[in-house]
Design a protein around this ligand. Structure first.
Ligand code: DAH
Length: 344
């Protein structure tokens, strides 16, 4: 029996030496050491041994088992090591290879101008308000002192959804929404950027959808000089310190008095050039003192408080600021145009 055990050891170690595959290794472990394996098979015969022989053979059996187990676990470790090495080799990264460039986006020039204007007004203590683009006739017109059949409604040919609901034609409805939300409290000091819609045919200076920024200030003793000083401060920050303004009398139903504001030409500084049609001035926004009726509709007493408001077209400001000649460049998303603003 001892010889059979020794022979088994020989045979097993010989066979294990050749193994190069973890699956085969496992098969051999079962073949030699398994419950129905060769070693168990031999040791089953121990019952017929004498009392003296039994412990000796038992010990040999244990030695053979230990020897086979040792080789198996040695092989197992080897396989694990090899597999790790193979994986590491396969996953090697060559850090010296040149990288692939990811195209980085940039802020759209219109959004850039909006952000810049917001920053200027935030610097003067304003907060930024918002309102819906789908608006009711009441907020877009009625409450702004444009009752039904008012001729000024024609100035803003509208996209109606129903008789009472339309795409807002201006950001001015946010004036009323803000006043109502403030519930009579002062001061009110907001700007509101947003998209507006009009039934215009698109051309170099018109678009059926464009952006405005509305401003509204309400408090005790707000005067026209506050409006003028605010606008001067604003244009000098956005167009440069040399910029001057002039106010021309105008009409808006929601302000009284109303004015249109011109800046000294950003191109020629006021001497006269093609851009300003030799006038030296460029129109940039509408403004005025909030009409008493509008204050009332917003829940304020015009005998207690006063206010000013203004509204400007973002595209117009951007055209002037960057010397762009066609508003459609902003919407057609030609990267050759857009990418120029990434570095500005
Ligand atoms: N809402 C006017 C427009 O779209 C612009 C405007 C003019 C807004 C005067 C104002 C204002 O707040 O006071 O043409």
């Amino acid at each position: 029996m001892k010889e059979r055990l020794e022979a088994l050891r020989q045979e097993a170690l010989e066979e294990l030496k050749q193994v190069a595959d973890p699956g085969v290794l496992n098969d051999l472990r079962i073949k030699y050491l398994g419950k129905k394996g060769a070693l168990t098979e031999i040791l089953r015969g121990m019952g017929s041994l004498s009392n003296e022989e039994r412990p000796i053979i038992g010990q040999v059996g244990n030695e053979v088992r230990a020897a086979i187990e040792a080789v198996i676990s040695e092989k197992q470790e080897l396989f694990i090591r090899q597999e790790t090495e193979n994986r590491l080799r396969a996953e090697t990264i060559d850090v010296t290879l040149p990288g692939t460039k990811t195209a980085a986006g940039a802020v759209h020039p219109l959004n850039k101008v909006v952000q810049e204007i917001e920053d200027i007004f935030i610097g003067m203590g304003y907060t930024v308000a918002e309102g819906p683009e789908v608006e009711t006739d009441y907020y877009n017109f009625e409450a702004l002192n444009l009752p039904k059949n008012h001729p000024a409604r024609d100035m803003q040919d509208s996209f109606y959804i129903t008789d009472e609901i339309l795409m807002r034609t201006q950001t001015s409805p946010v004036q009323i929404r803000t006043m109502k939300a403030m519930n009579g409290k002062t001061p009110v000091k907001i700007i509101c950027p947003g998209k507006v819609y009009r039934r215009d045919d698109d051309d170099a200076t018109h678009s059926f959808q464009f952006n405005q920024i509305e401003g509204l200030v309400i408090d005790k003793n707000i005067r026209m000089s506050d409006l003028k000083g605010t606008l001067l401060q604003f244009v000098q920050q956005i167009f440069g310190e040399q910029t001057q303004i002039r106010l021309r009398p105008s009409f808006f139903p929601f302000t009284e008095p109303s004015a249109e504001v011109d800046v000294t030409c950003v191109q020629c500084g006021g001497h006269g050039c093609r851009m300003c049609k030799q006038s030296g001035w460029l129109e940039i926004l509408g403004c005025g003192m909030v009409h008493p009726r509008v204050l009332e509709m917003g829940g304020y007493d015009p005998n207690e408080v006063s206010g000013f408001a203004f509204g400007m077209g973002v595209e117009r400001i951007a055209l002037l600021k960057y010397g762009i000649d066609d508003i459609r460049h902003f919407y057609t998303n030609d990267l050759r145009f857009l990418s120029q603003f990434a570095r500005m």
